[in-house]
Design a binder for this molecule. Structure first.
Ligand code: NA7
Length: 535
């Protein structure tokens, strides 16, 4: 009957950000009946929810965009080197209009649970609107940084002022004019919003637990010549990026010690002046060799000390106890210089931890701060948070949350043993957060869709990662990470920012080219490492 048909799909996709939209596009291309479920009222994912002042992407706009449709990349005009959030959201909406995505998306719908039925080899998905939908394939495209983490601080309820988490910002913005504002957190988010809030606030207190490394964006409008060059060479630029480590098109190929000390400084300086995350890849051993890394650390410390006038403040801003890049590098506009402002005070929580929030503000072990507003720029339950927020139940009643109690076991960051016909776009074990994520999204979705096509051609109804292939993938992800300095910081890469979360290095850092090769090999070998079942 019509009613049951209305709830039966070939594929259900959760999330209408860049991942979900592209999955919808490709699955439609297979002629599938697809439904996308999205909690927000519109498309955009992370770019819908995050709208704090100063928010920009830290990958260059001409790269952080879809490559699947040449008409799209030729028509769209990026205005700046690093796009602002409003511009990226406009782009996401443009893509949704252009490909008529919204007719297949249920907005303001949150998925509560998804259960695999072994008899029918289908998933049953329950939403907060008490709908039950079924689908052969269940795809989580819920993003890596989408579940906000507000630390449990004593007294938060008693605080009389307003408080905000950066990723759940009021639609119309916040007017900080004349207010005493506290920002807690100095990750990428804090580093972007602090200079903006400082312009308005009567006084801004920055509560820093761990200083972060940030490199200047050196942002600016894109010249007509550059835009012309990119459009004429898009195919080449994309092809090169797909093979690179990070999925961005420039990379050094020499050791930091393959050049003289003067030349090393010169290249760091050139990268600093050029701006952006490429600073991490001036030399090919910066993330592997502790000495090469230290050379980059020393360079940035020198910059901080030359920009920040007060030597004690400069010293507090210098990260000293982890390698540069082991926490995801930040990209800023005027961050360090903001600490030269009269109305900005840096508070070192390492010396004086927060004890509690009070009616009037915030109390540290070393004194009280009266505040009218507090911004939590305290990050996310990254990579696994959104996946585990849905009660996902696989074969034999196995809950994903239980399976992952000691860390997110997965194969290729896309599939999980025990969970047939379940796919993750940018899951743990994939290079997503260690790449230009839009490029990774396209790769993951393309691989998944090729797999579904293969299943249809061969008459298979279910696919599932084997336990052995999964263990060796997790081992490989760890081996690759342990060959770098990346696991050495208490970052969200290892879940260290969430109390109680198992410490496991989650992203695949072997590079997007290498990852693509591994995925292609699996496909070429008739999905080796997977069990396929007929209907
Ligand atoms: P991050 O990078 O996780 O940064 C969160 C910041 O908040 C970081 O400085 C934390 O210090 C700080 N934090 C977290 N909890 C607390 C408590 N309880 N007290 C004081 N300070 C705290 O999140 P972002 O949103 O900045 O960036 C996430 C990613 O989004 C980023 O890498 C880009 O990819 C985009 P800590 O370092 O844990 O000591």
């Amino acid at each position: 009957d019509n009613e049951s048909q209305a709830c039966e799909f070939d594929a259900i996709v959760v999330g209408a950000g860049f991942g979900g939209m592209y999955a919808l596009h490709k699955l439609r291309g297979l002629g599938m009946r697809v439904r996308v479920l999205e909690a927000a009222p519109d498309v955009g994912g992370t770019w819908y929810w995050n709208r704090y002042p100063g928010l920009r992407c830290d990958a260059e706009s001409v790269e952080y965009s879809y490559s699947f449709d040449d008409g799209l990349q030729q028509d769209w005009e990026w205005t700046e080197k690093f796009a602002t959030q409003p511009e990226i959201l406009r782009y996401a909406k443009h893509v949704a209009d252009r490909f008529d995505f919204r007719r297949d998306i249920n907005f303001e719908t949150r998925v509560k649970s998804a259960t695999y039925d072994e008899a029918t080899k289908r998933w049953c998905i329950v939403t907060d609107r008490d709908e039950e939908l079924t689908a052969r394939f269940f795809i989580m495209a819920t993003g890596c940084l989408s579940v906000a983490s507000v630390p449990k601080m004593k007294g938060l309820d008693s605080f009389k002022g307003r408080w905000y988490h950066s990723s759940n910002w009021p639609e119309g913005g916040v007017n900080f004019k004349g207010l005493r504002v506290g920002v807690i957190g100095t990750g990428s988010t804090g580093i972007q919003l602090i200079p903006e809030v400082a312009k308005d606030a009567a006084h801004l207190y920055v509560f820093q637990r761990t200083p972060n490394f940030t490199v200047p964006a050196q942002n600016g409008p894109l010249s007509p010549d550059f835009k012309k060059y990119v459009k004429e060479n898009y195919a080449d630029i994309r092809a090169r990026a797909r093979q690179q480590g990070l999925g961005l098109h420039t990379h050094g190929d020499q050791s930091a010690f393959g050049v003289s000390a003067e030349e090393r400084q010169r290249r760091f300086e050139a990268a600093w002046q050029q701006g952006g995350p490429q600073f991490m890849f001036v030399f090919n051993d910066q993330l592997k060799n502790p000495e090469a890394n230290k050379a980059a650390v020393d360079f940035v410390h020198g910059k901080i000390r030359s920009i920040v006038k007060d030597p004690a403040t400069a010293d507090t801003l210098c990260p000293k106890d982890y390698p540069i890049g082991a926490k995801r590098i930040c990209v800023d506009t005027n961050y360090y210089a903001t600490f030269n402002r009269e109305n900005v005070t840096l508070v070192d929580l390492r010396k004086s931890p927060i004890e509690e929030l009070t009616e009037a503000g915030l109390k540290t072990s070393n004194g009280d701060y009266e505040l009218d507003a507090i911004v939590f720029a305290t990050g996310f339950d990254a990579m696994t948070g959104a996946l585990l927020k849905v009660n996902i139940i696989g074969r034999n009643g196995l809950k994903l949350a239980d399976k992952w109690s000691a860390g997110p076991q997965n194969l290729l960051g896309i599939t999980v043993s025990g969970f047939p016909n379940f796919f993750m776009i940018t899951g743990p074990g994939s290079p997503s957060v260690f790449s230009n994520v839009v490029m990774s999204i396209e790769q993951h979705v393309d691989w998944m869709v090729d797999c579904l096509k293969y299943m249809r051609e061969q008459g298979f109804a279910a696919i599932e990662a084997s336990a052995e292939a999964e263990s060796s993938w997790v081992q490989h992800v760890n081996d690759v990470a342990n060959n770098t300095l990346l696991p050495q910081a208490n970052s969200w890469y290892v879940g260290a920012n969430i109390p109680g979360k198992p410490r496991v290095f989650m992203p695949y850092v072997g590079g997007v080219g290498q990852f693509r090769k591994k995925c292609d090999e699996v496909a070429e070998n008739d999905y080796s490492g997977f069990a396929l079942e007929r209907g």
